[in-house]
Design a protein around this ligand. Structure first.
Ligand code: ADE
Length: 373
């Protein structure tokens, strides 16, 4: 659909902005990253990408308690840093944050640069995150456009077309820039994000509670939720995975560390493979032990089936206990870890569920009969 509405004039932008700021002053949530500290804002914005506010809060508090400054974070090895991200998902975010922090310490004396060009040059920082660091700290009046802001701008100003397209992106950033007030730019940007999260939600916008309803194009239509016009999402492909829990030295179980790049990079897991077509999960679990541990096993018991969604896949993970029947070769990839030490090895959310199920099963007395050596 073409964008046919007349271009808003400066007075309209100012009116929307002052209504937003006034509403925000009375309705803002007390969120721990709403401070002028650039490091805190940076960490929160990275955590909030693809993750809800309520999920982020406990991770953010723990993270900032351990790494209150960028220097403390930069000098900590990535292996330890991963503990504070384990369970939050999208682990490339923390690897980039760590690389960027090291660069800030090396190149900028540990002071986060407050210029858009320098910020954007750092790993993991795009125009949105740079805009957030600059504006939310009250330092520089920079616009920002994320999914919440996109939704509000499309609805208020009747912007049609797929927001992922270059033309709509340009229009959104131009609009965000023109709307930005010279003074209360931090509050203005926070207010946009807040409104998008609590009132102008994707499926059921609460127009009756919205402070800018009187200025909004979509609110005057029968279906305000019809904007933005995102292209239909790519369908997620189902995948079946199998993982195996095998005891080595009595009381210790084999785990492998994932390569630092890619899905769940650097995290630990029970040996896991993707089931091939025609292969049962049991056969796949045996193959995981063979390929990753060099051990032939007999599957003893399934302990969990876990559903997990990643960017392009709906994963079903079958986890089972097994007894080792024959050591074929020694594996350099695997480590034998005592049950009581498992929590010292960071792992992703689905493997955490496997661990919990395994702990429960392995600490039951009857397991000794299931798994004779
Ligand atoms: N989502 C992204 N950034 C946010 C922020 N600063 N406050 C609330 N929600 C957000």
């Amino acid at each position: 659909m073409e964008n046919t509405l007349p271009k808003p004039h400066t007075g309209q932008y100012q009116e929307v902005s002052s209504l937003l700021i006034h509403w925000y002053a009375h309705h803002k949530r007390d969120l721990p990253w709403r401070t002028a500290d650039a490091w805190g804002v940076w960490v929160s914005e990275i955590m909030l990408q693809q993750t809800r506010v309520s999920t982020v809060i406990p991770f953010y508090l723990k993270f900032m308690q351990r790494f209150p400054t960028i220097q403390q974070f930069a000098q900590t090895p990535i292996e330890e840093v991963l503990h504070y991200w384990a369970g939050l998902g999208y682990y490339a975010r923390v690897r980039n944050l760590h690389r960027a922090a090291v660069l800030v310490v090396q190149q900028h004396n540990g002071i986060i640069p407050m210029q858009i060009r320098q910020l954007i040059a750092l790993p993991g920082i795009g125009r949105y995150t740079a805009g957030a660091i600059l504006s939310l700290t009250g330092s520089v009046p920079a616009p920002l456009v994320d999914a919440n802001v996109t939704r509000i701008l499309c609805r208020v100003f009747g912007i049609t077309g797929d927001p992922a397209s270059a033309a709509v992106q340009k229009m959104l950033w131009n609009t965000a820039e023109r709307m930005l007030p010279i003074q209360a730019f931090a509050e203005h940007n926070q207010a946009l994000m807040e409104l998008g999260e609590v009132i102008c939600t994707p499926a059921e916008p609460q127009c009756d509670k919205c402070p800018i309803c009187s200025c909004c194009y979509a609110a005057s239509t029968p279906a305000p939720q019809a904007l933005p016009e995102y292209a239909p999402a790519r369908k997620k492909v189902p995948q079946v995975h199998a993982c195996i829990i095998v005891e080595g030295i009595p009381g210790c179980y084999f785990m492998v560390q994932r390569p630092y790049h890619g899905l769940w990079g650097g995290l630990w897991e029970f040996p896991r493979v993707l089931c091939q077509p025609e292969e049962t999960w049991k056969e796949a679990a045996q193959r995981a032990a063979d390929e990753l541990l060099g051990i032939q096993v007999r599957v003893a018991k399934k302990i969990a089936t876990i559903k997990h969604v990643v960017t392009h896949h709906n994963i079903t993970l079958h986890a089972c206990l097994a007894t080792s029947v024959n050591i074929v070769r020694n594996s350099s990839m695997a480590k034998q870890i005592a049950l009581c030490d498992w929590q010292r090895y960071p792992c992703a959310a689905p493997q955490l569920l496997v661990r919990k199920a395994a702990e429960k099963t392995l600490t039951q007395p009857s397991v000794q009969q299931i798994l004779p050596l």
